[in-house]
Design a protein around this ligand. Structure first.
Ligand SMILES: Nc1ncnc2c1ncn2[C@@H]1O[C@H](COP(=O)(O)OP(=O)(O)OP(=O)(O)O)[C@@H](O)[C@H]1O
Length: 709
């Protein structure tokens, strides 16, 4: 098989083998060493093959994998259209939704017509095959004919424009593929000057400026936005779906196609000229400018935010004057938390830990840092109960985990600390923090959650048990040794019908004289506060953030026409932004462990969830939460069937699933009728903070307002 005519072409050659109709087994004849793709094909289930003409065996397709790299793959000549496309697209790593393929045969002059290949039968791919076969059968012709498959983007447009490029003038009767030129200061981007290692030419490109960018000229080189073209295209893709832009833009030049992918980076002063209508190109250009602008603003805001909210800012709930060593944590625990990337305690940790760890009689001296042991001895006595409140994502979990791990006796093989959580998801998360912090200790832990009870429940030797109230009370019967009782999300644990009773039941099972009760939450409404004081008598109270709203999380609402419209808006949000990970709160029940694990690992990007995970769940990458349904009192408190007021506490906890440990996040509420409108007003009042409205019919505004971190 001859080499491809143009090295840089996104070309596939379809070569109809004439020898006996036998399917070729091996990976073509091009001498490619890497056989992954061919194996992939050989491993496919057998295709539905229609009767093959005797003289036609396989079609060898030469696929361009990267610039200058091609691979031959055999297809049955009569492969169903769908499969043919799927395989070509998969192997060219193209997106089925956006890819545009074209073909031309070697019968046609190189600058000749380009035919469109489409997945449906709106093109003449079958005719093309037939033509090729006919051509091939002409005796005076060479035995091989080529069908070049070209990745064409953007979508072909009909020849209605006056200005067509030289490439397509000769083919006015055929669907035209608009040529794509990238110019930098009117210098067409060519193979030689896009090569990032091409030296002076490339450097020239980065420094050159378009007239439009004159106002930016004060920026130093260091401040230049450095976006790869594919990055820009990726964003434009989302911004202008109607332009049908490709993921990979082949840049047509005189003799071939150059992949935009090979462009390492551009300065902000470039413009892209697409061979399309002026209007479309104009929109595209303003899109590029806008994106660069938004990017700049977002970065500026991020810098300002980081400066303000880093652990260095005295007012930040993450600020701390102390170090973990000063707080008296044992070196083995320090090793664990340094391994987790914790450098300094957060404010709640700094304030709470000295109280939580105070009780030299109880804390094993071997687990006390020497400097802390000295302070601790000044204040002997009962272990200190604690009621702690600090906003979401500020390190409460870590604080009580350090406490449990410091207080237990590692030589005693009995449960000594229990941590109750409202849901199995939260219990599993607490356990994962314990496991990480205690990496360098010999602690034994066990779950008390449904389906995960230890085999011999009567003989538990683990020192720490983490679980949900119902299962925990089954496991714990008169545990004399349990000396630390910990309730996370205490307002919810005590407030909720059923859950509150079970929680108290567990507490009543604990008989230790020196029981230390630790209660934490991001929200502590008045009625829970007094109740909590009864459960944790004489507790030290630490309340760090009285304001209910969280500054690092921007809150919006979108006024949808009706309940159904919410779905459309949701879809457009996902089209518009690169959302790291997001949670959508919804009323219906959801599945559990496997889903949350996949989400935590980043394998799933969107989690649709109920209030089950509204609290405590800590996933750093979540940068957006959506209240598809607002949380209501009647969902949380049974017997409040008619109470459709918003549940402020749950709302606050939902916000807290994004913007963890000072990161920035976005919360979007959907409002679609009078009731939800009033509910949002009540939330605004309760938080004392304006929730910004976003127009749902103006994509540009949406994008300008919601600057996702
Ligand atoms: N001292 C620290 N340094 C760096 N990161 C920390 C520190 N303490 C906690 N973190 C991280 O901050 C994130 C939030 O912590 P955590 O889950 O303990 O918050 P929380 O206050 O319990 O939140 P919520 O109220 O939502 O349950 C976690 O990912 C945790 O690993």
């Amino acid at each position: 098989m001859p080499p491809p005519a143009h090295e840089d072409y996104a070309v596939a050659l379809m070569n109809h083998a004439l020898d006996g109709g036998l399917l070729r087994e091996e990976a073509g004849e091009s001498g490619n060493e890497d056989e992954d793709i061919d194996l992939q094909f050989n491993n496919q289930p057998p295709l539905q093959i229609a009767p093959v003409p005797a003289h036609v065996g396989t079609v060898t397709v030469r696929l361009p994998l990267k610039k200058g790299i091609i691979r031959d793959i055999d297809f049955p000549a009569d492969i169903p259209r769908e499969d043919f496309f799927d395989r070509v697209l998969a192997n060219m790593a193209l997106d089925r939704a956006t890819a545009q393929l074209g073909w031309r045969s070697n019968d046609e002059p190189k600058r000749g017509p380009v035919h469109r290949l489409a997945i449906d039968d709106s093109d003449d791919v079958d005719g093309a095959f037939r033509t090729l076969l006919k051509t091939k059968n002409r005796p005076r012709r060479q035995r091989e004919v080529f069908m070049e498959i070209i990745h064409l983007n953007p979508a072909p447009v009909q020849a209605r424009k006056k200005k067509t490029s030289r490439v397509h003038k000769s083919s006015a009767s055929q669907p035209l593929i608009p040529p794509i030129h990238v110019h930098i200061n009117n210098v067409p981007l060519t193979k030689s000057n896009i090569n990032p290692t091409a030296g002076p030419a490339t450097r020239g490109l980065k420094r050159s400026r378009s007239p439009d960018s004159a106002e930016e000229s004060t920026d130093s080189d260091n401040n230049k936005e450095a976006l790869s073209l594919s990055d820009v295209i990726d964003r434009l893709h989302r911004k202008f779906p109607q332009l049908n832009l490709p993921q990979y833009v082949p840049l047509f030049e005189q003799e071939g196609i150059v992949y935009a992918e090979t462009v390492a980076e551009f300065g902000k002063d470039f413009y892209i000229h697409l061979g399309m209508t002026e209007g479309a190109a104009g929109r595209l250009l303003s899109g590029v400018k806008r994106i660069l602008e938004l990017d700049k603003r977002a970065k500026k805001r991020a810098r300002a935010y980081d400066k303000e909210n880093s652990q260095g800012n005295h007012n930040s709930p993450l600020y701390s004057a102390e170090t973990f060593q000063e707080l008296g944590l044992h070196p083995d625990l320090l090793k664990g938390l340094f391994a987790m990337g914790f450098d300094k305690p957060s404010k709640i940790q700094e304030k709470a830990l000295p109280f939580l760890l105070t009780d030299p009689c109880r804390v094993r001296t071997s687990l006390l840092h020497p400097s802390f042991a000295r302070t601790a001895h000044r204040d002997p006595g009962r272990p200190t109960n604690m009621i702690g409140q600090s906003q979401s994502g500020t390190g409460k979990t870590a604080a009580f985990v350090f406490t449990m791990l410091t207080r237990i006796d590692y030589d005693l093989n009995k449960p000594q600390a229990i941590s109750l959580a409202r849901s199995r998801e939260l219990a599993r998360q607490i356990m994962s923090v314990i496991t990480a912090v205690s990496k360098y200790t010999s602690v034994r832990t066990v779950y008390a959650i449904k389906d995960s009870l230890p085999h011999d429940a009567t003989n538990v030797t683990a020192q720490i048990i983490v679980g949900t109230p119902g299962t925990m009370s089954d496991l714990l019967r008169h545990r004399r040794h349990v000396e630390v009782f910990l309730l996370d999300e205490v307002d919810n644990m005590l407030d909720q019908d059923g859950l509150g009773e079970q929680t108290l039941c567990v507490k009543n099972l604990l008989r230790a004289k020196q029981l230390q009760v630790i209660l934490f939450s991001a929200t502590l409404p008045g009625h829970v506060r007094s109740y909590a004081s009864k459960i944790a008598p004489n507790a030290n109270k630490i309340e760090l953030q009285k304001e209910l709203s969280v500054d690092n999380i921007c809150q919006f609402y979108m006024d949808c026409r009706n309940a159904e419209h919410r779905y459309d808006i949701l879809v457009s949000l996902y089209r518009l932004f690169t959302i790291g990970q997001s949670i959508i709160f919804y009323q219906d029940a959801a599945e559990r462990d496997a889903i949350i694990d996949r989400f935590r690992e980043g394998r799933e990007k969107v989690l649709i969830a109920t209030n089950v995970i509204a609290r405590g769940i800590d996933i750093m990458q979540v940068n957006m939460a959506v209240n598809y349904d607002l949380p209501l009192i009647n969902e949380r408190v049974t017997g409040k069937g008619a109470d459709e007021r918003p549940d402020i506490e749950t709302y606050i906890h939902r916000i807290g699933r994004t913007g963890r440990f000072g990161r920035r996040g976005v919360l979007i509420n959907f409002v679609h009728d009078k009731k939800t409108w009033m509910q949002i007003e009540l939330i605004e009042k309760a938080l004392g903070k304006k929730i910004t409205r976003i127009e749902t019919n103006d994509v540009d505004e949406m994008e300008a307002v919601i600057l996702l971190p």
